[in-house]
Design a protein around this ligand. Structure first.
Ligand SMILES: NC(=O)c1ccc[n+]([C@@H]2O[C@H](COP(=O)([O-])OP(=O)(O)OC[C@H]3O[C@@H](n4cnc5c(N)ncnc54)[C@H](O)[C@@H]3O)[C@@H](O)[C@H]2O)c1
Length: 342
């Protein structure tokens, strides 16, 4: 079987058609296909097409609700609580970030907690929407067990990404979007599927021995960034996204690929703040100065340019958007299983 190249519009149409055929509403299929193709364009293949079959399998098993009654409850003009009723995560998060943006524009500050959601892809999808409106944003989501809490033998925390975005006074958004694991789980899943090795020092097998075998790593535990500090950050995200919102927490988020016993009930938390809330019009000058100071620092050997978070991803996106998207063999086979021959 050969690899196939496809343009982004055709790919989006195909993914949307697959979602529609699985029963998603037109608007939900539009949102979800858009985010999946975006992930491919950002080079995050672990969060794009490689998850399409998983979403469809969960829809077929009625673990993702194709007709959710999403409840949006205003607690104040700034604070909103959303029960996503097991909608696909992309839709729950899309509704949530748009509400947080509206709240922040009205009052200077928007806080949205979401429960009964599912895997929502990249946090940067949502952060970018706020940054484009000149807002500063924090996004949190929990994820299925992958990391052992510091000192424990068993995986419990997800790779629980932390995402911060703010306008950079340039066309490139400043977006720090990072898992709190050494590498994100999606990359390990892709390596396991393709039979590739994973880097050293990112995971232990089920006996607690360091491994570069992706399949063994999935059965064992992933290592957090920075030892107990990373474990602490994973815990913080579990509290903010799960304990706070009413979502699952404490290791109860279902693994979307392997656990079909019930919906995931993931929680997300979005905090959106007007960037100029304290310093008014000076925000742009101040952030520009901040970035300039850092970029001008002397560089270590081998580094040509100091980048701010998000700059690398933006450049990749700009370059990928001009090219066709490569569909690897394993995805062609997933599409076949979903009834589509490329
Ligand atoms: N939904 C979920 O459950 C879930 C779980 C985990 C991760 N994710 C997503 O996976 C994605 C990938 O996470 P990751 O940890 O692999 O990201 P990564 O390691 O590729 O990048 C982390 C951050 O570091 C920045 N960065 C990278 N190189 C840099 C450099 N040279 N200089 C300055 N900054 C640099 C990036 O722009 C990014 O903001 C994220 O978008 C995250 O939201 C989602």
């Amino acid at each position: 079987m050969k690899k196939i190249l496809i343009n982004k519009n055709s790919l989006k149409k195909l993914v949307k058609k697959i979602f529609l055929n699985h029963g998603l509403k037109d608007q939900h299929a539009e949102i979800s296909s858009n985010y999946i193709v975006q992930a491919e364009l950002f080079g995050a293949t672990s969060h794009g097409l490689s998850r399409l079959k998983m979403y469809c399998d969960r829809i077929k098993k009625k673990l993702i609700n194709t007709n959710p009654k999403i409840k949006i409850r205003s607690i104040s003009q700034s604070i909103t609580h959303i029960d996503a009723n097991n909608s696909i995560g992309f839709v729950a998060a899309d509704v949530g970030i748009k509400k947080a943006i509206l709240n922040a524009k009205k009052t200077g500050f928007g806080l949205v907690g979401i429960k009964n959601s599912g895997h929502y892809g990249l946090s940067s999808f949502y952060a970018e929407q706020a940054v484009k409106k000149n807002l500063t944003v924090l996004c949190f989501t929990n994820a299925p067990p992958a990391i052992a809490p510091h000192g424990a033998k068993k995986k419990l925390f997800g790779t629980n990404p932390i995402c911060f975005g703010t306008p950079s006074a340039s066309k490139i958004p400043f977006i720090l979007d990072t898992s709190v694991s050494m590498i994100n789980r999606g990359k390990i899943r892709v390596a396991a599927k393709l039979g590739n090795k994973i880097p050293k020092n990112v995971a232990l097998d089920k006996f607690g021995i360091p491994t570069t075998d992706a399949k063994k790593a999935l059965k064992g535990v992933q290592l957090p960034i920075a030892s107990f500090r990373g474990s602490g950050l994973a815990w913080m995200v579990d509290i903010l996204s799960g304990v706070f919102t009413g979502g699952n927490h404490g290791g109860k988020v279902k693994d979307p690929f392997d656990d079909f016993s019930s919906p995931q009930n993931i929680g997300h938390l979005f905090i959106v703040i007007k960037s100029n809330i304290f310093v008014g019009k000076n925000y742009n000058t101040r952030i520009k100065e901040n970035i300039k100071l850092i970029k001008k620092l002397p560089k270590i050997k081998g580094v040509k340019k100091i980048l701010f978070p998000g700059e690398n991803k933006y450049k990749k996106y700009k370059s990928n958007i001009k090219k066709k998207i490569l569909i690897p063999i394993n995805i062609i086979s997933d599409l076949k299983k979903l009834g589509y021959n490329l």
